[in-house]
Design a protein. Sequence first.
Length: 301
Amino acid sequence: MSAIKKVVIFGAAGNFGTPITAALVKAGFDVTIITRINSSSKFPDGIPVIRTEYTVEKLTAALVGQDAAVSVIGPAGISVQVALIDAAEAAGVKRFILDEFGWGPGFLSLPEFHDIGAQRRVAWDRAKDISQANPKFTWTGISIGNPIDWALKRFPTMGFDLKQRSALIYDEGSETFTGTTLEGIGQAVVGVLKRPEETANRFVRVRSIQVSQNQLLEAFQRVTGQPWEVKRSSTKDLLESGRKKHQEGAGGWILDLLVYQLYAPGEARCVLASKEDSDAQLLEIIEENADDIAQIVIRSA
Ligand SMILES: NC(=O)c1ccc[n+]([C@@H]2O[C@H](COP(=O)([O-])OP(=O)(O)OC[C@H]3O[C@@H](n4cnc5c(N)ncnc54)[C@H](OP(=O)(O)O)[C@@H]3O)[C@@H](O)[C@H]2O)c1
């Protein structure tokens, strides 16, 4: 495959789209943003923006001449993914990066997540089918595990209250999980587009760190130079509260059950890949330690 130069991104102002767009620009790609016709998203100066309706016909016109398309649309836009893929193929786009950025197709999720997973898989299957019929169209899914610096700041349920300097440790606090920083997520997209042959038609698995709550707590204490208050809870309570909310149709169940999956003892459910088995080295993603993560989080909080 010839080198990828022209890259279009959907969802460029989102949680992950922002660092991905910055990484693409920094890496020297010729970046264009596609956005919904009525979007109120704000984009960085100097990047061309195409506003369009998300029909296959209009998206195809917008995608002509692009080498690659990156979909980083939020969960609300799962249903438009197939149209993006169909339009990318029709426009002659060589690589489509799927809207994944989660735990990947083999992930052993709780049954409560199966409906969401099935919706996402429709687009993944579409890309796979098209690539088999048309070898000029290729795809990559990027699995990142826990978006660690972003998630630690955003979700106190993960156990770290940055303002109060207090931690909620579930069970023994020793279960490890893998995560990728926002910078690592941006680099993963850049790495895939720089290595199109090695990353064609598969899910890559990336990570910046494998870490436990105890290791993060120690790191936060070192980085802030003070002891943190420690409270205790259990993943069993999280599972029960998440399932109750789910059954009652109440909000908040997703976060409870996601954090349960992260820390459930002895399951290693959320270790996406060992350092050696992951694609982090191929894609030039820096391996961080707990202190690095604590510093990034405290600095930006
Ligand atoms: N691993 C994890 O724990 C984790 C955490 C968060 C997200 N993710 C995944 O990462 C991906 C991106 O999520 P995000 O949080 O970055 O997204 P986001 O910030 O919620 O949204 C990104 C962009 O999606 C577009 N969008 C929103 N609703 C849409 C709709 N109905 N139709 C079409 N476009 C729509 C908007 O772009 P415009 O305004 O420009 O149109 C928006 O700025 C998703 O696949 C998400 O599931 C994973």
